[in-house]
Design a protein around this ligand. Structure first.
Ligand code: GLY
Length: 324
């Protein structure tokens, strides 16, 4: 090839668009298929919370309103030591809560390290609806809660305080989430309009360093929703979920055509790829797509989830990379 021809051909290539224009076309909203009745799914065996959301969906509430009502059951439950009131404190004895919400339009809100307010999923919703921001943290989030009229109270129950005092006797800082016990509640709902929206709320790792934040209030990690595709929520060791942006990853796998089950398995695999051998922490995922298909998978056995549809609220055991 003569040099002039080569330059002309090269120029032609360089001036061509780098990415084909069709790549930028908007996603098509998938039509609902099969059984289009409302659905609520949540992590772990939070039966009453999931039922509450299911009933709210049947009554015609939006997916997000139903999910916020559902998770509030656990945020208000003093016996639940991993969410809301009665949650385990940080190593200095402060109960600090994290939550986020995401709606079908892709709007989201989050609160981090909030003290004295138990219904932090509702507070995250208020951040989304009543501020120009996505995240509020600590003192500022508390101030916002007070302005919005939230009740403030001590969230450390006598039982939680007793357990923390016991822990202080040895006070070994081992940030390991117990693989048998539940932690975060993540909930995804599909409402009567077919919209998928979700919530994630937690008191985080028990006896964490003051100021530590996990995956739960981080959009894309603890929760992600794309109403054209579906949603995903995470539970377990937040640091590992954040490193792989787990919930976003699952939604993207579903967008590529994977079922929710395959997507959850691939996301767990992504965590495991970074480990040498069997890890001593748990990560678990739950996903729901527009067709109403559900997937769940975890590193270790023991992860369970609830599924509400057509007045039936059923508990399920997820498969795991390492069975118990
Ligand atoms: N998944 C809850 C946390 O790590 O804080």
């Amino acid at each position: 090839m003569k040099r002039r021809d080569f330059i002309q051909k090269s120029t032609a290539v360089i001036s061509a668009p780098l990415i084909a224009p069709q790549f930028f076309q908007p996603h098509k909203t998938l039509p609902l298929q099969g059984n289009t009745s409302p659905i609520a799914v949540c992590t772990w065996n939070f039966t009453a919370a999931n039922a509450k959301a299911g009933v709210a969906l049947e009554a015609g509430k939006t997916a997000l309103k139903a999910a916020i009502e559902g998770v509030a059951v656990e945020e208000n439950n003093p016996k639940n030591t991993t969410v809301g009131y009665g949650g385990a404190p940080d190593r200095e004895g402060h109960v600090t809560l994290d939550a986020c919400v995401m709606n079908h339009q892709g709007n989201c809100g989050a609160v981090l390290a909030v003290e004295q307010v138990k219904n932090v999923a509702a507070l995250a919703y208020d951040v989304m609806e009543h501020t120009p921001h996505v995240m509020l943290a600590g003192e500022g989030a508390l101030q916002f809660a007070k302005e919005r009229g939230y009740t403030t109270e001590e969230l450390l129950t006598p039982e939680s305080k007793k357990r923390w005092k016991e822990w202080l006797k040895n006070a070994k800082y081992q940030p390991i989430i117990n693989i048998e016990n539940h932690d975060t509640i993540g909930m995804l709902c599909r409402d009567k309009n077919g919209n998928i929206e979700g919530v994630c709320t937690t008191s985080g790792l028990a006896y964490k360093m003051r100021g530590r934040i996990g995956d739960s209030p981080i959009i894309g990690s603890g929760l992600f929703v794309d109403n054209n595709v579906g949603g995903a929520v995470a539970t377990g060791m937040g640091e590992e979920v954040v490193k792989t942006v787990g919930s976003f990853l699952i939604v993207e796998f579903m967008r590529q055509g994977h079922t929710p089950q395959e997507a959850c398995e691939l996301a767990v695999q992504r965590v495991l790829e970074k480990q040498k051998g069997k890890p001593n922490f748990q990560v678990a995922y739950l996903a729901l797509n527009k067709k109403g298909e559900v997937g769940a998978y975890s590193i270790h056995g023991g992860f369970t989830y609830m599924h509400y549809q057509q007045q039936k609220n059923t508990g399920h055991k997820a498969n795991a990379a390492y069975s118990l």
